[in-house]
Design a protein around this ligand. Sequence first.
Ligand code: 13P
Length: 254
Amino acid sequence: MRKKIVAANWKMNMTQSEATRFISTFLLEVGESRDVEIVLVPPFTAIATVNAALENAQHVKVGAQNMHWERSGAFTGEISPAMLRDLFVRYVVLGHSERRILFGETDEIVNRKVRAAHEATLRPILCVGESLEQRERGEVEQVLSTQLRGSLAGLGAKELQETVIAYEPVWAIGTGKTATAEQAQEAHAFVRRVLGEISDEATAEKIRIQYGGSVKPDNARTLMSQPDIDGALVGGASLDPRSFAQIVQGAGEK
Ligand code: 13P
């Protein structure tokens, strides 16, 4: 049985004081349930503050939105895996479509980061997903297969099991256009099939696959009740503590 994982990708939002305020409301709203793994993914500048605010809520984990693959050196403006470990970060979002499209990250770059994350015992949340043009041209499977094989190259079964995949169709991100539960399930089942080809079926069954793209309190439960949807990676709706708490609760309902 895969434990659902719901993560808040705050992107380039939230100052330290906003993050602190978010957490005090969120913890009250979300309640005590431990059925769902919760991850907050603040900008680097708020990570230490988020850790401090979560002192009595150790079940809520912290992630980062990106990192460099090298251990240290002359890479102005970059953050290393060890620096994230030093901040008690457990997860790192890699290959988000905004990184791929706006900052030119290729599957090869994402693969270096994914491998560096595992070396540092950080768990990657690897994002994959097609654009609207690619969907209209009937290329969804080809795009997902290429991104998965390229980004996960060289990983063993144990590392794959400790990787979370986020299927985020680019056309659904920040647009209010959610994939239907059927469209999302179809893509997730395909992702799992490719994961089985990369490793083996038993390993693929253990890997959690999140859906991302305009997840809101009113669609979260339907999406996450699909057999291959194991959680959500939430952007806009995760900036509101009540909305994000409702989404987490939606993951816990059958
Ligand atoms: P939205 O939830 O704002 O569509 O963003 C999704 C996303 O990109 C999460 O990583």
